[in-house]
Design a protein around this ligand. Structure first.
Ligand code: ADP
Ligand code: F6P
Length: 476
């Protein structure tokens, strides 16, 4: 074990570190922010409290040495080429991800992927056990690390172990398809407390334990059948954004100026519509483009008066379903522009890049209508970020009912993305509702997000973890 001064009272374990190592073509190494909502949220939590973050640095090969960054202690876990393929791209993102998102694309089941998932989870558990101080709190994140709670408990029974799922937890009928469903549930039940985005996710988990493990459940707790007579609680604690930090950023004069510049560079439309997503089939990008294409064809909107900017972050580019999605989206964008664009005035501006936070804040401020149309999404922080950046009370949020965010942001222009007619109507309502009414809506959306920010989320989560029943033999 490392010396005592290198052990921490709070340890986060997430598949990714907040930064990825990138190696340029000339061989130069640098660190860049990792993609996704988990990193956005956990980074703002961990910047403000001492602790270690155990995670993968994005490349292949042996782990880098632990290092400090912006007040966080980062402890890399290495993955081999085969592990990236079988654990990350395979089991995590081609087996679990589709099952946990309503099987929007079919899931693949491979026994060797599962073996690698177990192997990598064991490595994460060992890294956590190495850096955690006696009696420390360990906060394990997301679906990539579902075996880690039980593995850590075995290695370090003195630790208090929590897990939070950033994505949905599926209904038992879908979860039951997993050949390794029992082991996954037992892995999670190694925790003292399990957090989910929505009440329905927590209930799905409890039901899965009851039906598939045949253990006793009562309300939101599950009795653990390992001789310890523990009960594990599964509750909803929805994640959020750093409201103050992002609002301050959005108010910076350089960001405000950049928002104006962005509008000018897309031709100063009366209505700029925006989509911002990882390029993922769960996000409903195809549905949103279809609705927009039909509105164009029907003459209900037309460029350059109305235009649409889609920012798509590259994601999981070696997984087949993501490759198909990318080519489909890019073909659709090409077709829409061919049919409806003019020279210098495309109907869709499409950007396939990652941007710094300042640029994201400027995009949000520039957009009159934000289209958040996932078919299924654990939360969707983009929706909350948009609202956070609209301190001017401008803009309108079109929000899918299938996001966790919708359960908190009911006043938004709701849509069912499968219902293309309904989605078109929601878009038109977001464009045409009088400004005063839109400001009233934006004010109430902002109130919700400001009062339920990521700092509050982390406090609530850690309080729930601390309040979990003492384990037999560990009470002081
Ligand atoms: P997910 O976790 O599935 O990616 P979320 O909406 O919860 O979805 O979180 C996405 C996060 O990634 C947000 O913080 C958003 O601002 C950020 N993001 C999305 N697209 C980009 C991009 N092109 N460049 C930089 N950050 C991005
Ligand atoms: O919250 C969903 C999530 O899968 C996170 O676990 C992950 O960090 C993020 O989206 C981005 O995905 P990936 O790490 O596969 O690039």
């Amino acid at each position: 074990m490392p010396p005592a001064q290198q052990r921490y009272d709070l340890v986060i374990a997430a598949n990714r570190l907040p930064v990825d190592k990138v190696v340029s073509e000339s061989g130069e190494e640098s660190w860049q922010r990792s993609p996704g909502g988990l990193v956005t949220a956990m980074e703002s939590v961990m910047r403000n409290q001492p602790g270690a973050w155990v995670g993968w640095a994005g490349g292949t090969g042996p782990a880098e040495e632990p290092f400090d960054l912006d007040g966080m202690h980062l402890h890399p876990v290495g993955l081999s080429v085969e592990e990236v393929r079988d654990f990350y791209e395979g089991f995590s993102n081609d087996t679990l991800w589709p099952i946990y998102h309503d099987v929007i694309v079919p899931a693949s089941f491979h026994r060797d992927w599962w073996a690698t998932y177990r192997q990598v989870n064991a490595r994460f558990a060992e890294a956590v056990a190495d850096v955690a101080a006696p009696g420390a709190r360990v906060w394990i994140q997301d679906y990539q690390l579902q075996l880690v709670p039980a593995l850590v408990r075995r290695l370090r029974p003195d630790l208090r172990i929590g897990w939070f799922n950033h994505i949905p937890f599926p209904p038992v009928e879908l979860f039951a398809q997993l050949p390794w469903r029992g082991q996954l549930l037992e892995g999670l039940l190694g925790a003292d407390f399990l957090g989910f985005q929505r009440q329905a996710d927590a209930q799905n988990f409890v039901r899965a334990c009851r039906q598939l493990l045949r253990v006793a459940t009562k309300g939101d707790t599950v009795a653990v059948d390992d001789g310890s007579r523990r009960r594990v609680r599964a509750s909803a604690i929805p994640i959020s954004v750093d409201f103050k930090g992002m609002e301050d950023l959005a108010q910076q004069p350089s960001v405000v100026a950049r928002a104006h510049e962005l509008r000018e560079s897309v031709g100063n439309p009366r209505v700029l519509m925006l989509g911002v997503d990882r390029l993922d089939y769960t996000k409903g990008i195809r549905h949103r483009l279809k609705a927009y294409e039909e509105l164009l064809a029907e003459g209900k909107v037309s460029p350059p008066e109305v235009t649409f900017l889609q920012v798509a972050t590259p994601s999981r580019e070696r997984v087949e379903a993501y490759q198909h999605l990318r080519s489909e989206i890019e073909q659709t964008v090409g077709r829409i522009n061919g049919d409806h664009g003019e020279i210098g005035a495309p109907a869709v501006h499409y950007l396939h890049h990652s941007y710094p936070r300042e640029e994201m804040a400027a995009f949000f401020q520039a957009a009159d209508v934000m289209l958040v149309t996932p078919l299924r999404d654990g939360m969707n922080l983009v929706a909350k970020e948009y609202v956070t950046c609209r301190y001017d009370l401008g803009g309108a949020l079109v929000l899918s009912e299938f996001t966790g965010a919708w359960h908190e942001l009911h006043q938004a222009f709701a849509c069912n993305p499968h219902d293309i007619e309904g989605l078109k109507q929601a878009i038109l309502r977001a464009i045409n509702t009088p400004t005063k009414e839109k400001q009233r809506i934006m004010r109430s959306l902002r109130r919700r997000v400001s009062q339920h920010d990521v700092q509050r989320w982390a406090k609530r989560y850690l309080a729930a973890l601390d309040a979990a029943p003492e384990r037999p033999g560990t009470a002081s």
